[in-house]
Design a protein around this ligand. Structure first.
Ligand SMILES: O=C[C@H](O)[C@H](O)[C@H](O)COP(=O)(O)O
Length: 235
């Protein structure tokens, strides 16, 4: 289910451009995934050069990378807010006329629960993406993190909503993916999502759902890396 494709050069440009927004003294939300990794590495280089920041990782992966590149890590309960969050996306609505302009699908790496917590807490949330993530509407499967006992019940509710749930399998382990929070993930195909906000509200209300990967109205900007620059969308 992890997003494949997209140019590494484009991801790097987006990530490094976002990292330039980190100021001395900032608490920075450190998203998860291959695009955000470029931002984390760039912040690490700035720390080497004397920048004083603290990072709040959104996953085991981003914590490991932050430690590797020398970013002091903290947590939401220890920090007094988040100045800036930088995070990737699996799909971004890129039609200014669409109701869900700037809405995202996240969670290709099963990190969306902590990502949504940190990204939504930030004063400013910048999405970093390559052009392969842009779409006129959200149509990828929506990752839904469920407590283990609830996966069949939630799957039935997803079918009632017209979706096709699929329990995410691990690739290098027998059995399903287990999230950093000890839960399971249902990847739920709904086809093209006309009203991301309405679907997000319904999914949030299902008992047994911890969090889903629809991020609606949360992003302040998307930085789209191109082969020779960065396009900025602001919302
Ligand atoms: O759970 C993973 C996250 O939501 C990632 O931010 C998302 O999957 C995008 O990752 P990437 O930049 O590797 O495509």
């Amino acid at each position: 289910m992890k997003t494949e494709g997209g140019s590494d050069a484009a991801k790097r440009r987006a990530g490094e451009r976002a990292a330039e927004e980190v100021e001395d003294g900032f608490v920075v939300g450190l998203g998860t995934g291959s695009t955000t990794a470029y931002a984390i590495r760039a912040i690490g280089r700035a720390v080497d050069d004397g920048l004083e920041v603290r990072g709040i990782p959104t996953s085991f992966q981003s914590r490991q990378l932050a430690l590797e590149v020398g970013i002091p890590v903290t947590s939401l309960d220890a920090a007094d807010g988040v100045d800036l969050a930088i995070d990737g996306a699996d799909q971004v609505v890129d039609d200014p006329e669409a109701a869900g302009y700037g809405a995202l699908i996240k969670g290709g790496g099963a990190a969306h629960t902590r990502e949504k917590l940190v990204d939504s807490t930030a004063d400013r949330f910048v999405v970093v993406a390559d052009p392969s993530k842009l779409a006129p509407a959200l149509e990828r499967s929506v990752p839904v993190e469920v407590v283990p006992d609830a996966h069949t019940v939630v799957a039935d509710r997803i079918r009632d909503l017209g979706g096709e749930p699929s329990l995410r399998d691990a690739t290098r382990k027998d059995g399903p993916v287990v999230t950093d929070n000890g839960n399971l993930v249902l990847d739920c195909a709904f086809g093209s999502i006309d009203d991301p906000d309405a679907l997000a509200t319904v999914l949030s209300g299902l008992p047994g759902v911890l969090e889903h990967g629809l991020f609606v109205g949360l992003a302040d900007a998307t930085y789209v890396g191109r082969e020779n620059g960065v396009d900025v969308r602001t919302y």
